[in-house]
Ligand binder design. Sequence first.
Ligand code: GLN
Length: 204
Amino acid sequence: MTAGGTRPLIGVLALQGDFREHEAALAACGTASAEVRTRAQLEAVDGLIIPGGESTTIARLLLAYELMEPLRERIHAGMPIWGTCAGAILLANDVPGLDRPPLGVMDISVARNAFGRQIDSFEADLDVSGLEGGPMHAVFIRAPVITRVGPGVDVLARLSDGRVVAAREGRLLATSFHPELTQDGRMHLLFAAMVADAARTEAA
Ligand code: GLN
């Protein structure tokens, strides 16, 4: 049995940012989702996406909604989590220049707004390890870069200059880009598979 019932339920943190686009992307993949703004809603899901937006704002709202600690506890208890862009910043255990502590659950360092003003936003085709079907078209918006990965972290994708833009550490997934803004559902399907695997393991 999963927290959400018989089939895994993916939560989308809905405090700020592009959570609706994630919900639409999950729906397009045939995956059930629920918005998470309260502790009770957090308890009801089997995995959580933290969307893109403004990491400082989301960090403040996590504190104001008293979700920071409950979320850390669920992640430490094994709940899969995927952070896109601002969400990836919040997962990192080292983020220079963030005025509130991040969740700090993933052993990566992240540099915010790593591409400067000239290329606030850009698109690139990425080879993502583990995704079949060719490169993924990725949208970057005032994106962060992963500047360090700990020993337990797998790099999933790099830009052509070698900078890391997707990584996974067990049940934690971080992407600098926004798969919810394209029609390519492969990252959402990958995360849905991680959530289903975790729910099966908990049930066993
Ligand atoms: N630059 C934003 C931040 O630092 C992230 C941008 C995004 O999520 N698209 O939080």
